[in-house]
Design a protein around this ligand. Structure first.
Ligand code: SF4
Length: 271
């Protein structure tokens, strides 16, 4: 994962110290695919998620043992991923438990199940960040994600999290179907006051292995990188595009100083 904001604008974001300021031996950031269950059916899903809970997944007691092992090993971060982590009925119990073990918590989610009550729980527990995926605008996202209304539902999830003061990152897996919508995705980010965006290459695994031909070409990749760099510099130097924020330009610049753009291969992953 490359921090474009750091590279181009020298902006230091929460969690950067885990990547860039190594003190002592390296410690792993653990991405835990805590379930394969998911309410969506994305064509690129590298976990090959399914709608029902899969037999053999860790139950609550086993999951707590696993979390204890992760904490005792010294991992600084536990990122709940999946499948859809919120599909696990014990997610918040496990997150509370992990927090009590001193782990910094993050989550990759499709966001469609985050109503206001769940956002409150996420905030109460103290997740450092919630990554919510959008793979395009409107119907384009929905076609990719296999569910009509998924875009609107994810947007509501984003809004519920932002309203609860949760640091949200937007995630997008780049394909030939959505690479031209990246400027609009940046606009959504600005309009919704999302602080970070992570853009991922298509991972050729799971269902993603069946759509390799939908990946972008090298030339398109170069154009996408240019777009990302341009937006990164623009936003961080000129302030937010929100004209209705009611803030003076100086204040808006200050508020958005920490917007954070990243590009990379799936690590924290797009859900
Ligand atoms: S990519 Fe994420 S949201 Fe889509 S089916 Fe897989 S787990 Fe669910």
């Amino acid at each position: 994962m490359i921090s474009v904001s750091r590279m181009l604008c020298d902006i230091v974001s929460p969690g950067d110290h885990l990547r860039y300021e190594r003190k002592g031996p390296p410690r792993p950031i653990v991405v835990w695919n805590c379930t394969r269950q998911c309410n969506l059916s994305c064509v690129h899903c590298y976990a090959t998620a399914v709608h029902e809970r899969v037999p053999g997944e860790m139950d609550t007691a086993e999951a707590k043992n696993f979390i204890t092992d992760v904490a005792e090993f010294g991992a600084p971060v536990l990122l709940f991923s999946g499948g859809e982590p919120i599909a696990r009925k014990d997610l918040f119990e496990l997150a509370d438990f992990a927090k009590g073990k001193g782990l910094r918590l993050a989550m990759s989610t499709n966001g469609t199940l985050i109503d206001r009550e769940k956002a409150r729980e996420i905030s109460r527990i103290g997740f450092a960040e919630v990554g919510i995926s959008l793979d395009g605008i409107g119907a384009n996202n929905d076609r990719f994600r296999g569910k009509e209304g998924a875009f609107d539902a994810a947007l509501k999830g984003i809004r519920n999290c932002v309203a609860e003061g949760i640091r949200v990152s937007m995630r997008l897996t780049i394909t030939r179907f959505n690479y031209q919508e990246i400027p609009e995705i940046f606009k959504v980010m600005e309009d919704e006051q999302v602080q970070r965006i992570c853009l991922y290459h298509l991972a050729y695994s799971g269902r993603g292995s069946t759509i390799q031909k939908e990946d972008i070409t090298h030339e398109q990749t170069r154009a996408v990188i240019d777009t990302i760099c341009r937006h990164t510099v623009d936003i961080n130097s000129l302030g937010p595009c929100r004209k209705d924020s009611g803030l003076a330009e100086d204040q808006r610049r200050q508020q958005f100083r920490h917007q954070d753009f990243r590009s990379g291969q799936h690590g924290e992953r797009s859900s």
